[in-house]
Design a protein around this ligand. Structure first.
Ligand code: FE2
Length: 572
């Protein structure tokens, strides 16, 4: 088995293509349809993955889906494939699979319009289901580069195929299940219910709760009774969250937990920021009580993590500073959009266990547009622009001059973070720049922090006990005096969630930061995703142009072309 497609069908739909054990393409459907958290069948994402690799669906050896069974939808979109028999994994498992298979057979037959394209595969192509949590675990383990070391792999999310939490031992390129917990142990659901109580979206806006938390003071015990409790790696007190409610909204869902109603009263009682602070304190304490004992039990100091819970960079920072781990790897797309890659990696390595899995070094896995594409698009729109042999020179100067620049280069990032290919950039030197970007471009809440992108050689200058971190999966405490030097990218609690940039991973972005540093003395840029609040990150030049003219951006850099506005930069 060589060519494996993973697809996530559900909220945050996505597709990912693995060839010879490497992720070669990966994109969320939302980036191609512009519907945030799009839960439609990821037909656009699949089409992109195949096209970018120069293959057709007939070249696929397997299609792997992170669900308990292959649905009628998957069979319809991939006609001709073979569904392997149920593997012998114990009676309970077999029974569950049988029931799920039965349910999938009675699913309503799908009749696609004649103009709808499907993805015909050969009969040798296997359609393989993999458990939601095993797909998450695979995304973390098979990208960690730890194939020859014993590793604890932890998955925590709201709920997936009946699990909220699973713990695995990764060893010799294989994952062995240690423990699973159901929804009554879901710390992610507690965080989601609290987020809903604060008036934000469950499963989407948890980072707002995390951003607000440092402004408050936690009050231990104030939320007792609303969350599961752990001791020595086991759940001691379960919490019944009930069935989540779901409200479909233009292809994506709004979720609801009944706890959100009484928790709303707690928000009023404690105050918003103090409520958020206590929620954050609780999950840091309880997740630590769950995870750390397992490191001792299986005698390892290596930890890999996936599942939406690990988007919590403050908890990830706690883990790193706890002294319990030597290597901490969080898959950079830990939410459900990352299941597509996890499913594909599982499909590949479960059939090629002898092949060492390699550490993931790049998340630039999405669509790309070269200078020729860009020039055609801006010419068609009759826009004024200039071409620059070395675009980093003029851009670094404008950034040093405190302009807000949209920076569009190369392949779009996979995952929730803009890593310097679809980014809005500004100088981090002035505290007010945070408010300027929020007011003029992002239109988002003032308390949310911005990322510092720094050349990796200077990370020890700015951060306490830094480790190599290319994908913004954890925050660090900044060293003394740093907040005064780069105030726009240091949070109220003296932390920052950095991207360390190596020249070999993104030469143009590295050179831009370096040149900005040569002018200003700080080798750091403020980096935020190229989008406005509530919208997916920009994918193509047309969207970039639209966003440029609809916001207060000073300049737009598309490849080696520069567009400016009258009165800004060198615009006229
Ligand atoms: Fe999940």
């Amino acid at each position: 088995m060589r060519v494996v497609l993973g697809i996530r069908h559900g909220h945050d739909a996505a597709a990912s293509l693995v060839i010879n054990g490497q992720i070669v393409a990966d994109v969320a459907e939302e980036r191609l349809t512009r519907k945030k958290n799009d839960g439609s069948f990821p037909e656009n994402a699949i089409r992109y993955c195949l096209k970018s690799a120069g293959i057709t669906s007939r070249d696929l050896d397997a299609v792997v889906v992170p669900t308990a069974s292959i649905s009628e939808t998957v069979r319809t979109f991939f006609p001709g494939g073979t569904i392997p028999g149920i593997e012998k994994r114990g009676l309970k498992r077999r029974l569950r699979n049988s029931i799920n298979s039965y349910i999938s057979t009675i699913e309503e037959k799908i009749e696609l319009p004649v103009y709808y394209e499907t993805f015909p595969v050969t009969k040798e192509c296997k359609l393989i289901p993999v458990h939601h949590h095993l797909a998450h675990a695979s995304s973390a383990y098979y990208t960690s580069g730890l194939f020859n070391q014993k590793t604890l792999v932890v998955v925590m999310d709201g709920i997936g195929d009946g699990c909220s939490t699973s713990l695995w031992c990764g060893e010799r390129n294989h994952l062995t299940l240690l423990s699973t917990l159901d929804s009554t142990s879901s710390l992610a659901w507690f965080y989601a219910a609290a987020t809903e109580a604060l008036g934000w979206r469950h499963g989407s806006d948890e980072w707002k709760t995390m951003g607000l938390a440092p402004y408050g003071t936690p009050r231990a015990g104030a939320l007792h009774g609303y969350y599961p409790e752990f001791q020595d790696g086991n759940v001691m007190v379960r919490h019944n969250f009930g069935e989540p409610g779901r409200f479909p909204d233009h292809g994506c869902n709004h979720y609801h937990l009944t706890d959100a109603t009484p928790l709303q009263k707690k928000v009023e009682e404690l105050g918003r920021e103090h409520f958020a602070a206590e929620v954050q304190r609780v999950v840091e304490e309880q997740a630590g009580k769950l995870i750390y004992p397992w490191l001792k039990k299986i005698q390892t100091r290596n930890l890999c993590c996936a599942g939406g819970f690990f988007l919590n960079v403050k908890f990830n920072q706690k883990v790193w500073y706890s002294g319990n781990v030597d290597i901490h790897w969080v898959y950079p797309n830990p939410g459900d959009a990352g299941l597509a890659a996890g499913a594909a990696l599982y499909g590949y390595f479960s059939h090629n266990s002898e092949k060492p899995s390699e550490k993931l070094t790049s998340m630039y896995l999405g669509p790309s547009y070269d200078n020729e594409d860009i020039r055609r698009i801006i010419d068609e729109r009759k826009l004024r622009y200039t071409y620059h042999e070395d675009i980093t020179d003029i851009t670094a100067g404008m950034l040093a001059d405190n302009k807000i620049i949209a920076w569009f280069q190369g392949r779009m990032e996979s995952g929730p973070r803009a890593l310097g290919n679809r980014s809005i950039l500004m100088s981090p030197l002035k505290a007010e720049n945070k408010d300027i970007i929020n007011a003029c471009v992002k239109y988002r809440e003032a308390f949310r922090p911005f990322t510092p992108s720094m050349i990796h050689e200077v990370s020890d200058t700015y951060l306490l006990d830094a480790r190599e971190e290319s994908f913004m999966v954890t925050s660090f405490t900044v060293k003394e005096g740093i907040k005064e030097r780069i105030p726009a990218v240091v949070h109220v609690d003296n932390t920052a969630r950095p991207q360390m940039v190596k020249r070999e991973s993104n030469p143009k972005y590295y050179d831009l930061i370096k040149k900005f540093g040569d002018i200003t003395g700080e080798y750091v840029l403020l980096n935020t995703s190229f989008n406005i609040k509530g919208e997916p990150i920009i994918c193509n030049p047309r969207e970039a142009i639209r966003c440029f003219f609809d916001t207060g951006l000073d300049a737009l850099v598309l490849g080696d072309y520069l567009l400016t506005k009258p009165g800004c930069c060198d615009g006229s």
